[in-house]
Design a protein around this ligand. Structure first.
Ligand code: ATP
Length: 343
């Protein structure tokens, strides 16, 4: 990636970043690190989001997703590393950038004393490309009345208003930080996913952070898994089942050991049976000793299983190995603290 540093006196939108790169990538993050009070929240994060993609960010609570997003919208300055959004450093001339970006924050930041019509008026004044017709359409779709006061709306109603404010100017880049948290399942399926797909179909880019892996699975082209401030992996959603498979083995002899397979992770035990996720590219021929292990099944991995395996601590496998459970007992090695993850 060729992000080069920008002259501090240069406040132009076009930075010294390679013009082709800026055409190709909506977002480029290079070696971004961030700590709060000495505690790392992001460590050496590098990723690129292609223009026109729906890009999912997944990770456990506290993984660093919101901290990354706050760098993208210029709320945090990159102290270590570099960030470019639509070819621009988001902290230089942020008002110009934010006209082209729609952002729905995780925590509702709407001025609740406003009526919906006040909010629309405010958006119109901020976004030169704000479309009253489109906003009226969205109000109908979201069942929002212009005379409703934001304070009087349900949490889901405020989430819809927040989404309305984020998309009414048809931004080149839409960033949604856990937009589903206030929306009921129907609103998620009927409204949110439709908006995400429409945005991408129009060649615009969506970055979407969610704990709802089924939703990520349905809408995202690419997925980055962030864990403890690091990007563990970025993968095309379509290639996940080709790249990884879940294999189940039965232990033929009493053993506390995880099946020894290279390039496998995320071991889970259920009595004498073990399930592991295997990287098919790197561990294609890897099989454990057939005297000791019988393969019971192999199948393409699901997003949920890949995620759970990836965030499982290596310690979990060794803990399992040192505490054999009796036949028939179940022991799930997923000890990553899965708060909020649908599985
Ligand atoms: N302003 C801040 N001051 C201190 N610590 C912070 C601040 N912002 C984030 N952190 C810490 O940074 C880490 C990453 O938090 P972040 O909110 O980015 O995670 P997340 O992946 O968005 O989590 P969640 O899924 O729970 O929203 C956490 O340990 C959090 O406590």
């Amino acid at each position: 990636m060729s992000i080069s540093s920008q002259d501090s006196s240069d406040h132009l939108v076009v930075s010294s970043i390679d013009a082709d790169d800026a055409e190709r990538w909506a977002v480029q993050v290079e070696s971004l690190s961030r700590s709060f009070r000495g505690q790392p929240a992001l460590s050496d994060v590098t990723l690129q989001v292609p223009r026109g993609a729906v890009f999912g960010l997944v990770g456990l609570n506290g993984a660093g997703k919101t901290t990354l997003i706050r760098h993208l919208v210029g709320a945090l300055r990159a102290l270590q590393g570099r960030v470019r959004v639509l070819g621009q450093d988001p902290t230089l001339s942020p008002e110009r950038l934010l006209r082209r970006v729609g952002y729905m924050a995780e925590d509702e930041a709407l001025p609740t004393w406003m009526l919906i019509e006040d909010l629309l008026c405010w958006c119109r004044s901020v976004y030169p490309d704000w479309s009253d017709d489109y906003a009226a359409e969205l109000c109908d779709l979201f069942e929002l009345s212009p005379r409703s006061r934001l304070r009087s709306l349900s949490r889901g109603g405020r989430a819809r208003a927040s989404l309305l404010a984020a998309i009414g100017h048809r931004p080149a880049l839409l960033i949604l930080d856990e937009p589903s948290s206030g929306l009921d399942p129907l609103a998620r399926a009927d409204i949110l996913e439709a908006i995400i797909r429409t945005t991408a179909d129009e060649g615009r880019t969506v970055i979407f952070s969610s704990h709802l892996l089924d939703e990520i699975d349905r809408v995202c082209d690419q997925i980055a898994l962030i864990h403890q401030g690091r990007v563990l992996e970025t993968i095309d959603a379509d290639s996940l089942p080709q790249r990884y498979e879940e294999r189940c083995y039965r232990a033929n002899l009493p053993t506390p050991e995880v099946p020894p397979i290279e390039h496998a992770f995320g071991a889970r035990r259920n009595g004498a049976e073990w399930s592991v996720v295997v990287d098919r590219q790197r561990g294609a021929g890897a099989e454990p000793d057939s005297e000791r292990w019988t393969m019971m099944s192999r199948q393409p991995v699901t997003l949920q299983r890949w995620f759970a395996g990836r965030v499982q601590t290596p310690r979990a496998d060794s803990l399992l190995a040192s505490t054999p459970s009796p036949v028939g007992a179940s022991s799930d090695a997923f000890s990553g603290g899965q708060g909020g993850i649908d599985e």
